[in-house]
Design a protein around this ligand. Structure first.
Ligand code: HEM
Length: 458
């Protein structure tokens, strides 16, 4: 009898189980404060859009790629970043690139862009690989069977990379202390608080979170010291110099110390935690799917042999890149973007009223029933050339889209592939079978309490 090969069952890693119906009002408010992603009803994952609210306040969850293209690109001036986003981010990041709007955003984006040109970023690969190799050496010292919190291990790597590549090593920065302060800020002030719901003065939200406040003051002082030092020193050609020299060609405006600090904190904050999460989820998924891990290892061996990973290798590690892309689909580092509708406007065929809160639920878009085959399954092959070719650009938004797309996306992808290839070659990481994963949103989406994995040295 002929043997029939059944298609391999795909891995379905843990996910948020959406409520079938919208939560009752007070339950929804509580979820908004605790973990907003758990409040999104099933319709957000199934319908092109989902509207809720009343004449006082409407909320639109947009999932249709044509509508998203209108919001993020074609009609972007009608959809500025919203006041809730400002309240969560501005106390720490002020008027820097992530938070500024209009002309003030534009000139800062122009100023920072050369630092992220692909050729500049490609030259940073050796620093990324060294940080991964340093982690491997540390792990070897810890020995076979050690338990690691992969989330904090990845944060240590990506923090070092940001310092080494963008801030010339960041001397004077105490990396573990700074990483802890960033976590303190995100856990307390990096989410919507009751003070935001009632639009109480900004100082009240800060006053209610002394740990977050202290962390913010500490981080600002750390960057202020760096700026003061660098103003006295010779140029080094890094991002700090680029920003120090930047000038708005239209107004002649330059960055004062406060704006420089806002931007450096933005690049440190936006540039390491997000990439650390992409790596965390990639390693977690490879731990759950040893077959995919073996494919990555085989690819790395075929492309690089035993040599140190280089930029040229990174460009040829197609399957490894697909694993990162698939990890960012299932577990996007930034699972939610938001905007406010500033004028009555039509998007994707829908009339949206001025004042509507617009949510871009990236996590749900990436698992949307109408956009993805087998949406909850881990299948890096869906990012192969054949399947990617027909995909709408705005169906996959780990880095956002339109003019405000992540400035660091090339940097992040090179880093994630180079680090993953280096680590996977040296160790196998096994997930802890007893660990209950909860996805927690605090601006970024993190595994609550970290992600324990067991180390097997190769
Ligand atoms: C996997 C890693 C990363 C992810 C998933 C990510 C994601 C994003 C997303 C979704 C946005 C758009 C936010 C919005 O439109 O509301 C964004 C913007 C931004 N990202 Fe990233 N990012 C990553 C890495 C980086 C890195 C490495 C840097 C810098 C070194 C960086 C710096 C920024 C900045 C400055 C912005 C604001 C850009 C603007 O508004 O013009 N990001 N990022």
């Amino acid at each position: 009898m002929a043997r029939v090969d059944l298609p391999k069952a795909l891995l379905k890693p843990p996910s948020v189980i959406p409520p079938d119906e919208p939560l009752p009002y007070f339950h929804a408010v509580w979820k908004l404060l605790d973990n907003p992603i758990e409040a999104w009803p099933r319709a957000v994952y199934e319908e092109p859009y989902y509207l809720r609210g009343d004449e006082r306040q409407m909320f639109l969850y947009a999932a249709d790629p044509a509508m998203l293209k209108d919001i993020l690109l074609d009609r972007m001036s009608a959809f500025p970043k919203d006041w809730m986003f400002d309240r969560v981010t501005k106390p720490a990041l002020g008027e820097g690139l992530l938070t500024a709007q209009g002309e003030h955003w534009k000139w800062q984006r122009r100023a920072a862009a050369p630092g992220f040109r692909p050729d500049n970023v490609a030259a940073m690969t050796p620093a990324m690989v060294s940080a991964a190799e340093a982690a491997l050496a540390r792990w070897r010292d810890m020995g076979q069977g050690a338990r690691l919190d992969i989330a904090s291990e990845m944060t240590a790597i990506t923090f070092q990379v940001i310092l080494d590549t963008m801030l010339s090593g960041g001397e004077g920065i105490d990396v573990p202390a700074a990483a802890q302060r960033i976590t303190d800020y995100l856990e307390t002030l990096g989410k919507v608080t009751p003070a935001d719901l009632f639009r109480l003065p900004l100082w009240t939200r800060v006053a209610m979170a002394p740990r977050g406040y202290r962390a913010m003051v500490w981080l600002k002082a750390m960057v202020d010291r760096m700026v003061a030092r660098r103003r006295q020193e010779a140029e080094r050609g890094d991002l700090v110099d680029l920003l120090l020299r930047a000038e708005d060609s239209e107004t002649g405006r330059r960055m004062d110390d406060a704006l420089l600090r806002d931007n450096l904190l933005t690049f440190i904050g936006a540039g390491h935690e997000t990439t650390a999460l992409a790596l965390t989820w990639s390693l977690y998924l490879l731990g759950l799917d040893p077959e995919a891990a073996a494919r990555v290892r085989a690819e790395v061996a075929a492309v690089a042999g035993d040599a140190t990973i280089t930029q040229e290798h990174v460009e040829r590690l197609a399957f490894t890149r697909q694993v990162v892309q698939e990890a960012m689909r299932l577990y996007p580092s930034l699972p939610l973007m938001s905007r406010i509708c500033a004028e009555d406007v039509e998007v994707g065929g829908l009339e949206v009223k001025k004042g509507t809160f617009v949510f871009i639920p990236v996590y749900a878009i990436h698992r949307h029933r109408r956009l993805w085959r087998d949406p909850d399954a881990f299948d890096p092959d869906r990012f192969g050339p054949a399947e990617s070719a027909g995909r709408h650009r705005f169906a996959y938004l780990p880095f956002g889209g339109g003019p405000r797309v992540c400035i660091g996306q090339t940097f992040a992808m090179i880093e994630a592939v180079a680090v993953l290839a280096t680590l996977v070659r040296g160790v196998t990481l096994e997930p802890d079978p007893g660990h209950r994963l909860r996805l927690l949103v605090r601006v970024s989406m993190r595994p609550q309490g970290g992600l324990p994995m067991t180390l097997r040295l190769r």
